[in-house]
Design a protein around this ligand. Sequence first.
Ligand SMILES: Cc1ncc(COP(=O)(O)O)c(C=O)c1O
Length: 384
Amino acid sequence: MLPSQRHLFDIPREVAYLNAAAWSPLPLAVQEAGRAGVARKGRPWDLDPGLGAFQHERCRAAAAALIGAAAEDVALISSVSYGVATAGKIFAPPAGTRVLVLQDDHSSPVLEWMARAASQGFTVDAVQRPADGDWTAAVAEAIARPGAPVSLASISNVHWSDGGVIDLLRIAPLLRAKGAALLVDATHGAGVMPIDVKAIDPDFLIFPTYKWVLGPYGRAFLYVARRRQDGVPLEQTPFGRKSVSSERVPYFADLDYAPTARRFDMGERDHFIGLDMAATGMEMMAGWGQAAIAERCAMLTGLLEERLAAAGALLPRRSLRAPHILCVSFRGGMPAGLADQLARLGAYAAPRLGRLRISPHVYNDEEDVERFVASFAQVVRQAA
Ligand SMILES: Cc1ncc(COP(=O)(O)O)c(C=O)c1O
């Protein structure tokens, strides 16, 4: 079992931070990369002219390694919503078709399609939260439903508000059989679950750095399948074209779009403070290894499950939830102000759509679990 990696973070012993699904603390090494980046921008004359290219490719490779992709199939972007907007520009669901989303999925993989539906003549079909918690079966049923054909599923692989898993290896072939595309929001999957784009073969897969992969805000990654790489990028940039160079005349020498997913890189991708931080966090994740991280998180959520059940929490079926996320619900609804009161006791989790979402990472240990459960029991007892 991977031991606790708390020593690599700046987390006081009395803080039980079980909220990585909201935003993770930065490892000390990532903070240091950020400081070094700021200092570099303070002395731009010292910058190596090759630094930008080195950093893009280092970051691209680190992101690709977490999802089994080739680096050139990954674009450097700023957020999940940026990636979905790019997908919306590359792929237009035909009129008369359905785009599947999950009920109350995070706004990022949903709103782009809602915004386009009326003008492009397709409908957005929200798969309702299944009473038994089995999202995979519910999505499979929705794909099979007769009526308007499904052209796209734009779904998270873990539901952000209940921790339910959507088994992409089961869903992807069902979509392919219908000729439908697949966009995966892997925010709560990349780095912590076995996500391999070679096996899933999604059209698009997107994840940010600021939660599970221990990086900064403003950095995310978009995998684009080769069959979709001839689309027009969201932004028009010089590096998105074959030859637009500020150091050569003619300036606009070759306006064909650049090959590979690099054409979809965001404007100002050279944000080398964030790039270095993001690469450092993702390389740490790869160093521990996805399976070892998942095993540690599963051990912690398993312990939480046992202890919280004894304190009266309602828990989802373990086989249907992500190993690293435990969402607790309550018979009479979540006590008002629960998360705030827990925070006052040094125990951190997130209230999400009526559930308390608890999400440990490699820096957590059994003492955090004890502290969290004791705080939880105290607050719930007081509320009752
Ligand atoms: C499932 C999911 N997708 C995306 C995001 C963040 O999206 P964006 O990068 O567009 O801000 C979150 C943040 O909570 C999330 O939970």
